[in-house]
Design a protein around this ligand. Structure first.
Ligand code: PMP
Length: 379
């Protein structure tokens, strides 16, 4: 069948194939790629989690759970958050990853034509999910004002955008793809402007664990000042289980109740045995894994800082350097591919095509090889 014969819904015309997925497809056709394009930790799940999941299957815990997830897991998530942030959100439930939480939030809040603010660069899913529901998008710029200035908001621009009374603002810190972390002052500014305009804040904190220079500022305690807040987090990255599809949503009970209602008719519930597996991991200390990632962050920054315009990664496991002068995106990505190196073109995450994403979520050997290739391109 040809595309014109499919008689598709109009929303399909607004959705783009993900640049990251295309890299995934390329990997399968390449021999020995140096793969710095992957958005998942390279370590495996803790064995006690895997064993608990297998045990749950053998014990017959293979039926549906309640929509919101097994109570012990929801409680475990809330306890973990409260211990870290000194504040316990009113309500929580388990989502089908942060991706599921994003979709449910947007379905619950956004009508066609509603104005939504999101960062540029952004995680690819944001733009496409918002396009699915017909939102009007406006971007706030995060690009460094000058090399070394970091990935920061421009307060004047935020004030201008909030004056348009957006329904929702999407915030992501630590960030994919920039590796930046938003400061407490910036989160306070979002909170203040959103309170003034009645805007919902949706904060994606999936990389909460990957903060390299001290604790990262979270939107969670700010929920006390601004009730219209939803914070999403999950198991995928920290615990090395992106295939388990387990995340959580935190926020006021009234809005989470609407999202749970939507979950009943979409995802139904998270995979039952994997919820039991996750329960075993929630209290586990993952600082060893974090320490290894801090080393990788340093390796990338020290290896490339003299060759590229590059902000030091503060959180997540990405770096987002600028293309060297004189190169177009296509030329640069092509030159990388010819050297078996996979990185993701920045235009997959942005209106601009000036930067590219390196994921350092891989072994040290690949990382060293990749850094060598990148250095050789500008030597
Ligand atoms: N948000 C961000 C910023 C991400 O990078 C990712 C994964 N690449 C997700 C959400 C999706 O996470 P999950 O596996 O929990 O759906």
């Amino acid at each position: 069948m040809q595309e014109k014969d499919l008689n598709l819904a109009s929303r399909m015309g607004r959705i783009e194939g993900s640049g990251v997925r295309r890299m995934f497809e390329l990997v399968s056709s390449m021999k020995n790629p140096i793969n710095l394009s992957i958005g998942q930790a390279d370590y495996d799940a803790p064995s006690e989690m895997k064993e608990a999941a297998i045990r749950a299957i053998h014990e017959g815990k293979n039926k549906y759970t309640v929509t919101e997830g097994i109570p012990a897991l929801v409680e475990g998530v809330l306890n973990r958050i409260e211990k870290r942030e000194g504040f316990r959100p009113e309500s929580a439930f388990m989502t089908s990853g942060v991706s599921g939480g994003l979709l449910l939030s947007v379905l619950a809040l956004i009508d066609p034509g509603d104005l939504v603010l999101l960062p540029d660069p952004y995680f690819v899913m944001y733009k496409n999910v918002l396009e699915m529901v017909g939102a009007e998008l406006a971007f706030f710029d995060l690009y460094p004002k000058e090399p070394g200035a970091g990935w920061r908001v421009h307060p004047d621009e935020l004030v201008r955008l909030f004056a348009r009374k957006p329904k929702l603002v999407l915030v992501n810190s630590p960030s994919n793809p920039t590796g930046g972390i938003l400061s407490s002052e910036t989160l306070d500014l979002f909170t203040e402007l959103a309170s003034k305009e009645g805007t919902w804040i949706l904060s994606d904190e999936i990389y909460d664990h990957f903060s390299y220079d001290g604790p990262f500022p979270s939107m969670i305690p700010r929920m006390q000042q601004h009730e219209r807040s939803i914070v999403l987090g999950g198991f995928s990255k920290t615990w090395g289980v992106p295939g388990w599809r387990l995340g959580w949503a935190l926020g006021p009970d009234a809005i989470l109740d609407k999202m749970r209602l939507l979950q009943q008719y979409t995802f139904v519930c998270c995979p039952t045995p994997l919820q039991y597996g996750a329960l075993m991991g929630i209290e586990r200390d993952m600082s060893e894994e974090l320490e290894a990632y801090r080393k990788k962050r340093d390796l990338v920054f020290d290896g490339l800082r003299d060759f590229y315009d590059l902000e030091k990664t503060e959180g997540s496991f990405y770096a987002f350097p600028a293309y060297p002068k004189g190169w177009t995106e296509t030329e640069f990505i092509q030159a990388c591919l010819e050297r078996r190196l996979l990185v993701v073109p920045g235009s997959a995450f942005s209106k601009r095509a000036t930067h590219f994403r390196i994921s350092f979520a891989t072994n040290e050997k690949s990382l060293q090889e990749g850094i060598e290739v990148l250095r050789s391109l500008v030597k």
